[in-house]
Write a protein that binds this ligand. Sequence first.
Ligand code: HH2
Length: 274
Amino acid sequence: MSNSQPPLEERFARPSVMGVVNVTPDSFSDGAVHLEPHAAIAAARQMIDDGAAIVDVGGESTRPGAAGVSAAEELRRVLPVLEGLHGVPVSIDTSKAEVARHALDLGAELVNDVTALRGDPELAGVVAESGAYLCLMHMQGEPRTMQADPAYGDVAVEVAAFLEERLAFAVDAGISEHRICLDPGIGFGKTVAQNFELLRRLDVITALGRPVLVGFSRKSSLGRILGDPGATTGPLSASLAAAVTAYERGATIIRAHDVREHVEALKVAAAVVG
Ligand code: HH2
């Protein structure tokens, strides 16, 4: 990765779709589906054929209640997939410097860190040195406990303040602001109402001046708003509605499992929004 890469907003035109490839046994909606490297590689290539701008490869589930995995285990899961995706636009979904370093060496162009550089003190340096793009996501608490009792005064204002602080931290660490996007972290320490309020008030996040990534795909809040209080996931129809609404309210990148459907829905929305 070189420093002549274009700013993130040029590399990812609005709307862009980030396809999700979880190489995990326990992700909340596609756990074990892509655990076998060949299956993950084929799924990722199909996502690019279907119009994804990039595929997000992750070896650690962050679903509510998930326990962490070691860097060695994360690498064991993702390395064969990254090797098989040579030449494909890849994002690495990790909080660990060691995992990011290997992924960047294998050509990954974006580091997607759900801890916003709070998880591993070495990750900021790895990103700065590589010149990779970076996604900083908001999370209250940690995956094991984050849904226990999420509490905010004003959720949009607090999430924006957090992202502003993490953006400043990243820039201080030598990462160019033009390489960074921000993510409100749908489902990460938020109630159903708070997740929907964050979408409704996405302008508070876009006002920070950086492109915004939103990942609402299949999340349990969608199933819950449809009437199932015990839902752990949400249907495609609801994911598409959330994606289109997020885009209409200013999101640049939509992180989604069902790429073809999201690309189609967002094409129609873009024709309307202009
Ligand atoms: N959501 C998940 C994982 N990574 N990264 C960003 N930037 N934004 C998100 O909303 C986001 C994310 C959780 O979804 P998924 O990858 O499908 O599940 P799991 O964490 O269980 O693997």
